[in-house]
Design a protein. Structure first.
Length: 426
C-alpha cells in the first residue's frame, strides 16, 4: 500500500497536518493507535493566530458553533483577584483579536469533519517503526492493526510524526530531544454549572499557579499547581480538606467552591514538561507538535504551535506544486526546519519565562517574577510586545534592553510608575 503522506497520530496537530496537506491534493493516510479518541484536558486556549489558521482552513465557524468561548483578555491576578498584569487582546493588530476557549475534542472533531476526499483516517493502527531506503531516507512505516494479522508496510514520500511527546518515530530515526520536567505538576478540573469572567485568569498564589477560564456549555477549566506527591494516597476526606485550603488561599475562586468540591473525583493529574527536539526533520520525515516541542501549559502555546507547524509544513510542500517527488519533499523539509525552528525556540523562551513568573513559589525567582510583572504592567510598549508574542499575531522577541526595563535595571521614560494592586474586581 502507498500514500503521498502518512501522518502518525490523530491528535489536533496530526489532523491539522492531514487537513492542510490534503487541501493541496495529496493522498494522506492518518494512523492512530487508539481505537477511539481519548479525552484529556489540553489544547483548549486557542490564540488569535490559531484562530486565523482555523479560519483559513474553513473550520472556524464550525468550532464557534460548538459553543467555543471568545475571550478578549488574559490577566495575572493576586489571590484576591486584584490585577497584577493584564493583556488586552482587543488592541492587537489585524483582524484576529480574541482567544477562543474550546473543548479539545471539539477542535479535533471540526478538523476531522469534512476532510478532503484524499484523506483517510484509520484508528487502532500501531506504527511499529519507519521504513528506510539504503541511504537511510524514511520511505514509509510498518503498521500492526492489533488483530493478529501481522505487520503491513505502507510506502510514502513523506511521514509526519505527530505521535506525542514520547514519539517512538522520533527515537527510531535518531533525532535527539531535550526533555525536562518542571518541579511541580498540575491538577485539572472540569467544573460544570458555573459562570466565570470572559478572561483567562492566572492567579499567582503562595502555592504557585491557579488558572481559570471558561469552556463551552457553562463550564470552566481550573488548573492548580501541585507538588509531585500532593495527591498520592488521598482519601475523600483528604481531598475535601485540600479543596478547603485551596479556597482559603485563593479567595478569588471561592464562588467556584461548591461546584469544585462536587467534581473533585473527576480530576486529572498532569506532569509538566519542556521538550525541544534537536531538529525537526530527517529526509522523508517531519516532526510535528509534541513530538518536536512542548512548553508549560500556563503559556497556552502547545496546540497553537502544533497547528502552526501544520500550516508551515503545507506551505513548504506547496512551493514545488503538484505531487512532489522525494527530492522535492526533502527540499520542503529543509525549508520547514529553517522556518519553524527559530519560531519554536522563541515560543519556548517566552513560555518558560512566563511560567516562571507565576509558578515559582520561593526565593529569588519569585521575587524577580513579581518585579518583572510590575515593570511590564506599567509599560504599555512591553505589554504590547507580550500580547503580540503570546497571541502569535505580532511576534517580536524582547531585546536585552527590554529585559533590563522589566527587571528595573533601566528606567523607560515612557513607562508609568508601578502602582500597588487595585481592588479585587474584574
Amino acid at each position: 500500500m502507498s500514500a503521498d503522506v502518512v501522518v502518525v497520530g490523530a491528535g489536533a496537530g496530526g489532523l491539522a497536518a492531514a487537513r492542510a496537506l490534503g487541501a493541496r491534493g495529496l493522498r494522506v493516510l492518518v494512523l492512530d493507535r487508539q481505537r477511539t479518541p481519548a479525552s484529556i484536558a489540553k489544547g483548549e486556549i486557542l490564540q488569535p493566530e490559531t484562530v486565523r489558521i482555523l479560519d483559513g482552513w474553513g473550520v472556524l465557524d464550525a468550532l464557534r458553533a460548538t459553543g467555543a468561548c471568545p475571550v478578549d483578555r488574559l490577566a495575572i491576578r493576586d489571590p484576591q483577584g486584584r490585577p497584577l498584569l493584564a493583556l488586552d487582546y482587543g488592541t492587537l493588530p489585524g483582524g484576529y483579536r480574541q482567544i477562543l476557549c474550546a473543548d479539545y475534542g471539539d477542535l479535533r472533531a471540526v478538523l476531522a469533519d469534512g476532510l478532503p476526499p484524499t484523506v483517510e483516517i484509520r484508528w487502532g493502527q500501531r506504527v511499529t517503526g519507519p521504513l528506510r531506503a539504503a541511504d537511510g531516507r524514511v520511505t514509509g512505516v510498518r503498521v500492526s492493526g492489533g488483530d493478529g494479522d501481522g505487520e503491513q508496510e505502507i510506502r510514502a514520500a513523506l511521514v509526519v510524526a505527530a505521535d506525542g511527546m514520547s514519539s517512538p518515530l522520533r527515537k527510531a530515526v535518531g533525532i535527539d530531544a531535550e526533555r525536562r520536567e518542571y518541579p511541580h505538576g498540575l491538577v485539572a478540573f472540569d467544573v460544570p454549572g458555573v459562570e466565570v469572567a470572559d478572561e483567562v485568569s492566572a492567579y499567582r498564589t503562595e502555592r504557585g499557579l491557579c488558572l481559570v477560564y471558561p469552556l463551552p456549555g457553562g463550564r470552566c477549566r481550573v488548573y492548580v499547581q501541585v507538588t509531585p506527591d500532593e495527591f498520592r494516597g488521598r482519601s475523600t476526606a483528604d481531598l475535601a480538606d485540600w479543596c478547603d485550603r485551596l479556597l482559603a488561599g485563593v479567595p478569588a475562586v471561592r464562588p467556584l467552591g461548591a461546584a469544585l468540591r462536587a467534581n473533585l473525583h473527576r480530576r486529572q493529574l498532569l506532569a509538566v514538561y519542556r521538550l525541544r527536539a534537536a531538529r525537526l526533520t530527517v529526509p522523508g520525515l517531519a516532526l510535528l507538535g509534541e513530538a518536536a516541542h512542548a512548553v508549560h501549559p500556563m503559556a497556552a502555546q502547545g496546540v497553537n504551535s502544533s497547528l502552526a507547524d501544520a500550516e508551515t509544513l503545507a506551505v513548504a510542500l506547496a512551493a514545488d506544486g503538484g505531487h512532489p517527488d522525494d527530492a522535492a519533499v526533502d527540499r520542503a523539509l529543509r525549508d520547514y526546519d529553517a522556518a519553524r525552528r527559530p519560531q519554536l525556540d522563541h515560543v519556548a523562551t517566552v513560555s518558560h519565562n512566563a511560567a516562571r513568573m507565576i509558578t515559582s513559589v520561593s526565593g529569588l525567582p519569585r521575587l524577580l517574577g513579581a518585579r518583572m510583572m510590575r515593570r511590564t504592567a506599567a509599560n504599555p510598549r512591553l505589554l504590547g510586545l507580550t500580547a503580540g508574542n503570546l497571541s502569535g499575531t505580532d511576534v517580536r522577541p524582547l531585546s536585552l534592553v527590554d529585559r533590563m526595563y522589566q527587571l528595573g535595571l533601566l528606567t523607560d521614560r515612557h513607562a508609568r510608575p508601578p502602582v500597588p494592586a487595585g481592588p479585587a474586581t474584574k
